[in-house]
Design a protein around this ligand. Sequence first.
Ligand SMILES: C[S@@+](CC[C@H](N)C(=O)[O-])C[C@H]1O[C@@H](n2cnc3c(N)ncnc32)[C@H](O)[C@@H]1O
Length: 218
Amino acid sequence: MSYEKQKRFFQEAYQHGDKRIEKGYGWPLEVDPQLISFMKEIEELLKSGTALDIGCGQGRHAIYFAENGFYSIGIDYIESVIKEAKQTASDKGIDNVDFEVMDVLKLNFPRDFFDLVLDWSVLDHVKPADWNTYLSNIFKVLKSGGFLILTEFGANDERVKDKQENFCEDENHYDHYFRMDEIEELFGEYFEIIKTNETVIETEPKPHLMRNILLRKN
Ligand SMILES: C[S@@+](CC[C@H](N)C(=O)[O-])C[C@H]1O[C@@H](n2cnc3c(N)ncnc32)[C@H](O)[C@@H]1O
């Protein structure tokens, strides 16, 4: 299944550099406060180790993990943004983070390599036909007892709330607005769902309602 148009969308977004948000590509630049709160919650169990930030974009969260005791790796399928993330880490003098161009649907790390995996708004751009590939890739690289943090578009977002379908497909660009029963069905057999909540991300023209989920691999 092709994601070429979607890739072009992200490529164009990152070409705007500093102006990305004002050009309407609105995911934030700062570390998500909800992620910080989940990390506090699991702090007693996980203070250091290996972290993977999939679809890391400019690297805000991979760098945050590295600054907070982890060896972290960020992957994204857009080459230019991986270059940018590497430069940011190097400008900050951080050497316990690496960035690689990689597609999450072709994830290539050793089995049981990571203690923590973050997906901040990537699965919501993966088509349901590819969810099982996504799941088995994450499952393979995450240690047993490791944590998975998801922040994805939520089904209570007004874009889909009163509609029959909880996804929007525009040629090859795919946005999925997750209901909790879908998360349970996909992850429930292999993960414990520890906590979930919703937060709002201020984007133009309308805010996005995000579904945040903290999971632990059985
Ligand atoms: C909404 S952005 C979020 C970026 C980043 N997670 C953050 O929080 O700033 C989604 C990111 O996922 C990346 N992405 C989408 N599908 C991907 C895939 N199959 N493999 C790797 N990266 C992907 C995009 O290039 C983009 O950088």
